[in-house]
Design a protein around this ligand. Sequence first.
Ligand code: ZN
Length: 342
Amino acid sequence: MRRTTLHHLGLLAGAVVLVAAAVLALGPAPASASPTQVRVLVVKATWGPQPYTDADIDTVMQGVERFYATASFEKVAMTDTQTPWLDVMSGPMSCLDETQQLPRLASSAGWNPAGYDKVVFLVPDGGQNGCPSTFEDPSGVLLNGAVPVGAVIHELGHSFGMGHAGLLTCWYEQKSRLCSGDPYGDTSDVMGGEGGSNVLAYVGDFGALQKARAGWLTPRYITKPGTYRLAPLEVASTLQQALVIRGTAYEYWIDERQPVGNDAHLGGPAVTGFAVHRISEDPFAPGADPLMPDYLVPNAHSSSYYTAPGKTFTLPGVFTLTALSRAHGVMTIRFRWLHSQA
Ligand SMILES: [Zn+2]
């Protein structure tokens, strides 16, 4: 029962606290399988204030459910039930007390959180007592703020085993390449978003690595130099949506975004080419932290994070990836090792 405090969503300095509980393990499903039903209980607990109406919460949860249906290629069918405001708290609670007591308080009011796949606890803003936005593994999620759709998607994402979407900034010092990472730095991804700004602005889709962790797509590990095809990560495809290269210290996951599905509103560099994400170890290894962040890696030559057709991404001393072409959203990419591993 690891207790993980993962982050602050600094802009969510508002009105409520959410806790999502009961992690559901989802395995890969064949495309023809019926969707996995994920039933969410939204418990509204209070000591008096009732900052949201049922209709407010319905609107938020409908947005969340649409996002998950699209992100999972219709492999997840999320539905929710919300309680009325339950007057079960004597006043604002500490973070720890919320985590420990809210399930019992809901039960005392006649609701059974354990009977659902995930639980979101919604509590009025407790002022100084408010929790940072947190995923409690495996018992749930705490959000302190309003209930923006993106924040609910983000915290529930952790309950599917997804980590943060980060970004590396790299520079040269005496010919050595040094990098530092921001675990929220991928502003195109709902699991990143610079500590909250994009979460509030409603986000982009989960990256291919995180979708693989949730069991929604199967990556292809490549070791041989050659030419590979890569389909966008937002919509179902019979082609690969994640290519993975194992280096000695890291795995490199290659994916690409198009302005479709949950990314329909995306523009700018993120949809111009493929991206390379670094993760510290095999995310599927036994004992691997499921919430481990991945990091967008800049091209050594241009510092760009996205490699458009005609350009080459170079990871110094390790490999190059050249975007040969893109047709109907599908990229053709040439992979070469830069050392003798191949
Ligand atoms: Zn998070």
